[in-house]
Design a protein around this ligand. Structure first.
Ligand code: PXP
Length: 259
């Protein structure tokens, strides 16, 4: 089994998990062996990542089964294994017992209108689904919209962690829909506090960039941000270490009230 969360706590109270899926997207665009997402993960680890996130999709469009195997063999920081709540994925997670398993929606009917996992409607099934993962020692997190109903359901099924979906907030920002962005940000802030009040550990992620990270990093209840697509894109121009250092600087400044 992988490292304990407590051992990976950051002095600033905010961990940075680096998602390396889109290195595999570039690799798979040509069916080549390169660029290697495991090499990117090891570089991220050497550059101070607190964890590595990888999403094994049902259609294997980026990360493959062999990547998960090699990540488990080579990482010293925790692996956050993102997956759909399917029997196939559960068996893979139980075989590897990564530090963390994050349940994410892959199909339209599994997601709420805001984009997170539909937990409230699936409470019974998901409670049974996560039980063996928790027994195996995986820290289960649920990727969820900023919605009180879903957060309450996540707490009821016994998930110790929720990851708040920041995609809508980032999309509104990118589209210049600033009133809607600010309303979504206010909802995220309120729901981070609500989830924390229920005893849940609160993470956040999806779509975060240098421009959008700081207001989310400033939420005092959030202790982990998972960021991928922007960092991997930025790494093309400045390298992964420099991109991560700038993201970390922004996160910590926001946390210190200097964002
Ligand atoms: N968190 C979760 C649960 C995700 O599914 C993803 C995307 O795979 C991320 C964070 C990272 O999102 P992005 O690649 O947009 O930074």
């Amino acid at each position: 089994m992988q490292t304990d969360t407590a051992k990976t706590a950051r002095p600033g109270g905010l961990r940075l998990g680096v998602n390396i899926d889109h290195v595999a997207t570039v690799r798979n665009a040509r069916g080549s062996a390169y660029p290697d997402p495991v090499r990117a993960a090891l570089l991220a680890e050497a550059s101070g990542a607190d964890g590595i996130t990888a999403h094994l999709r049902e259609d294997r469009r980026h990360i493959g089964d062999g990547d998960i195997e090699r990540l488990m063999d080579s990482l010293t920081v925790p692996l956050n294994f993102e997956m759909a709540a399917t029997p196939e994925m559960q068996a893979i997670a139980l075989r590897h017992t990564p530090h963390a398993v994050c349940l994410v929606p892959e199909k339209r009917e599994e997601r709420t209108t805001e984009g997170g996992l539909e937990v409230a409607r699936e409470e019974n099934r998901l409670a049974h689904f996560i039980a063996p993962l928790r027994e195996a020692g995986c820290r289960v997190s649920i990727f969820i919209a900023a919605d009180a109903r879903q957060i309450e359901a996540a707490a009821r099924i016994g998930a110790p962690v929720v990851e708040l979906h920041t995609g809508a907030y980032c999309d509104f920002h990118a589209e210049g829909r600033l009133a809607e962005r600010d309303a979504e940000l206010a909802r995220l802030a309120e729901m981070a506090a609500f989830a924390h009040s229920l005893g849940l550990e609160v993470h956040a992620g999806h779509g975060l960039t240098y421009d959008t990270v700081q207001p989310v990093a400033a939420f005092p209840q959030v202790i982990e941000l998972n960021i991928g697509h922007f960092l991997i894109g930025e790494a093309i121009f400045v390298g992964l270490e420099t991109a991560m250092a700038e993201m970390r600087r922004l996160m910590l400044a926001a946390r210190a009230g200097k964002g």
